[in-house]
Design a protein around this ligand. Sequence first.
Ligand SMILES: Nc1ncnc2c1ncn2[C@@H]1O[C@H](COP(=O)(O)OP(=O)(O)O)[C@@H](O)[C@H]1O
Ligand SMILES: [Mg+2]
Length: 396
Amino acid sequence: MKLAILSRAPRAYSTQRLRTAALERGHQVKVLNTLRFGIDLSGDAPDLQFRGRPLSHYDAVLPRIGNSITYYGTAVVRQFEQMDVYTPNTANGIANSRDKLRATQILSRHGVAMPPTTFVRDRGDVIPAIESVGGAPVVIKLLEGTQGIGVILAPSMKVAEAIIETLQSTKQNVLIQSYIKESRGRDIRALVVGDRVVAAMRRSAKGDEFRSNVHRGGSVEAVELSEEFQATAVRSAQIMGLKVAGVDMLESETGPLVMEVNSSPGLEGIESATKLDVAGAIIDYVDNQVAFPQIDVRERLAVSTGYGVAELVVHGDPSIVGKTLGDSGLRERDITVLTLHRGTRVIPNPGARHVLEADDRLLCWGKLEEMRGMIPARPKRRSRVKKLPKNPILEP
Ligand SMILES: Nc1ncnc2c1ncn2[C@@H]1O[C@H](COP(=O)(O)OP(=O)(O)O)[C@@H](O)[C@H]1O
Ligand SMILES: [Mg+2]
């Protein structure tokens, strides 16, 4: 394959290792500076320029987008996606993982265990927010911090309040997070490639520091992860839309707690700790997936007027419980079942012989009008836009 590594640091260990691993496997590879791309929107098809000249054809792109250029970097990645060039990490995935609040919102929607976290804006809400995550000591995080910078442990309520007020006065948004003290300055970094953990390490903070980041002096050692930690890491990366990711987890009394999912994980620490060829695993994975460029399903499907995606819960329709999918009548109503969810299990592309159980959830693609009848307690008709009332604002 012909691969482009998007990076502004051609000499960095991770970039060099990825480049070497690609060359060793007989691929063509170029390291291209993300900021030297021009996004060409003038022609009939999406295109890219590099250093002012049309970019030649690439089969795949491996983005290593630094924190300081998220906006431009993700725009370049998105353009590659529009050109059907394979990327393991989508622009959306990178942008979502970059913002700690957004990532937490997405992961919590899918029931991934995380340290209790809140986000408030008003001064008056700060103390109740700290109390709601268990009180001091409490961890305060800047939304876009990295390498441990912008992560503070506040020992008392008073200090926490002062820190939050100071940061907010400089227009910084912060997360308030419960301090998981049993982790004792240690955390787990799992490197996910595709749907498996290819390498994992435990990081331990230096001295009385609580942040275990290598950039904060943390030391690393290889670890063998339990099934639970592996499954949590893979699921978190999948939910974020990242096929190459570094998932950070705390070892709590109740099991793994996900702190963040990194879209450009560094390779030096993990390769030296585990002595595993992580770069090679990434290149092999990309090579394997080149035929499947990322398609924004939502965007592509949105142009079929009258059709859409909906989740149907089987207990909403007792007439289909106990029937097979084939006999459920869904197909006849122009509804295709994409996935069947039973508890935490997912059955992709379920066949006609699957017997439906109460509480099954079906992710369906079909005629919206047909599906509407199966989603109870929703208004039936599109209501007309009404006239502005005489008194548009109620008196206090
Ligand atoms: N809630 C927490 N409880 C205990 N330790 C934490 C908590 N959050 C972060 N840490 C420690 O601080 C480090 C940095 O936090 P993280 O959220 O990963 O920020 P960064 O993006 O800067 O790496 C973690 O690797 C972990 O060691
Ligand atoms: Mg981290």
